[in-house]
Design a protein around this ligand. Sequence first.
Ligand code: GDG
Length: 734
Amino acid sequence: MNTFNRLLIVSYRLPFTFQQTDNGVVLVQNSGGLVSAVLSMAERMGQKQDGAATKIHWVGHADASLQHIESSAFENETFVAHPVFMDEAVHKGFYEGFSNDLIWPLFHYFTSFASFRETDFDSYQQANTRFLEELTALIEPGDLVWIHDFQLMLLPDMVRKAMPTATIGYFFHIPFPTYEIIKLLPRTWRHALLNGILGADVIGFHTADYVQHFMQSVSDVLALPIIGPRIVLPDHSVVVKDFPISVDFTKFNSSGQDAAVIAMKAQYQTLLQQDKIIFSVDRLDYTKGITYRLQGYERFLSQNPDWHDNVTFVMTVVPSRDQIGHYQEIKREIEETVGRINGLFGTIGWRPIVYSYASLTFTELMALYTACDIALITPIRDGMNLVCKEFVASRQDQRGVLILSELAGAAQELPDALIINPTDTQEVADAIKQGLAMAPDEQEQRMARMRMHLQNHNVFRWSNDFLRAFDNLLGNQTDLETDLPIQPFIAAFSEARQRLLLFDFDGTLAPLVNDPADARPSDALKDAFLTIAESSDLVVISGRNRAFLEKTFAGIPLYLVAEHGAFLKKPNQPWERLDLSDSDWVDSVRALMNEAVERFPGSFIEEKETAIAWHYRMADADDVEGQAVELATQLRGTAFSIPLTVIQGSKVVEVKPAQHSKGTVALKIVEQASYDFIVSVGDDTTDEDMFRQLPNWAYTVKVGSGMSFARYRLARQQDVETLLQRMNDVLVNA
Ligand code: GDG
């Protein structure tokens, strides 16, 4: 396991309260799961919790009132709190605005509740910068910085820029939604947020779905290559994985036996006259599905009169954000619905719903977890939901039924719950009926399996797994970012009798540059080519013209394929023209391309012998990509004298006869000998034609991001060079 110097936690809120004692104000840590997890993580890191140097540091926002507390109070034997104070207006825009009024609703799929305000984004940036200032004063080489949640998405990258050697973890506590939702964010914001998160070395989400959503957004918005669980950036790579958060199982399991809990449980049962008890507790929030839940219960009552007078729904809503409009609205809606249901079904001796708008003490919470017959947890979206896990962990008696929304992250781990869709009130009603009637044996079986899972997957495992991801990361640092099985690949290459190697040029053998005339392979790459070409058929297969390829690779006995297969030159032989189609289509294509050049200064037309291309890498306008799509669509929709192929490449739209392609020429070359090793590497859409034509045992390798027919991937152009170097080395050392 890695040894880190210290653990620095950063979250929006500090998990501490300040208590007045005879000796002044002292720091008291809250008893939440995150605090316990962090404590056990520090222990496993080998961090001693005595000595000031190794205390756990926690950076979080603090109210201005704490500014008057003497700084010695920000420390106890285990923790040092670092309060982040900020201007009130900045805090409002950052927290109430961008975090709670945009990201929270948007990422929980409540798109119509989201408010997009530029001033809020400014505040969000300023607030993240305030956190950075606090951190930079604190951070030292060898520290592990662990940043939490959606309020601090910009911070990981800020920390990396300020301290490039820092090790940074980031955990996202709410759902990460599909790309379609991310697309609703203005372009600059979505770039900033994704790049911000990607400053971390390890990024954690609750579920594999959220990981997938994040990966797709990164791929679509930032076009970064993804190799297995790693996203590859120019200066570092990031591991992205699911780490489902959990609860302190032992604490909830044993607290059910506390005398105070047992007494309170008995008191509740007496008060409710031994009725069956359904229980729910949530923070007031539109994501929790409280009104649908009430409607499901109403439907159950109207369909099952025999249960009247025999069941009570204890529903606690914990006050939260109730100064905000949407929250006031749902509070009113909840209270009206409770009133209506109690009025409709209640009697003098029976209240169907016992509702309270208040928070519970830990003892009250435990008493209700252990007293109830059903926990009814029905969020419309929830990153994980810890209440359902706490309920299960509390049930040492192995009894009780969990009804759980399929839209809570926890549902993926607890298939033994009665899983419902929260908006389907009939399904909720049916589940309540099924739960109340469930035989003790079945309750025990389901509960035992869920408890076993949570015993093994508790909050300590969560933090431990997160910590271990850094080991894997640091252990796997490599100069070659690929999913190619390198050792078998090199072995197959060196043992083969007859080898064929096909390489695209731009973006594969040479980096993409603004002016195509400047693209050059490195000297090291050309040296490797010289060695490899001695004993292999080595092909550069490109869209470039003949003259360019011949000049660029002069002196190396290569096969050259120019203009996407229109021309072929075997080593030491003259060029062969493979394309025999006429060219009377060119004038009309040129005319269309000229219009694009006029609209986008900096773009230009390149005329080849058999093709014509519009290059726009140097045209700096927002809508130039739109123009490229429009031009390609128009070209595809026009009938010319012969069938043409329109290629949308990297910053280029090219038109050529459809008769030949990189695929047709690759096939021709493959058929000329009985190769027992073939590798083909390319980054562009035209390389897909080549990948498709090769035998399925060939090593086809896509460079960079995007969908591909290739079997493997190399993350960056520089990885092609590294791979060629390894191939060169095995031949030289043979
Ligand atoms: C985020 C994500 C994700 C609640 N009411 C009372 C009370 N609680 C405690 C519960 C539980 C916690 O609060 C709520 O946990 P959740 O998981 O439901 O939600 P959040 O922590 O708000 O939010 C969520 C979580 O982060 C962790 O990653 O699961 O999806 O939204 O521990 O016990 N505790 C007491 N009285 C109450 O009235 N004592």
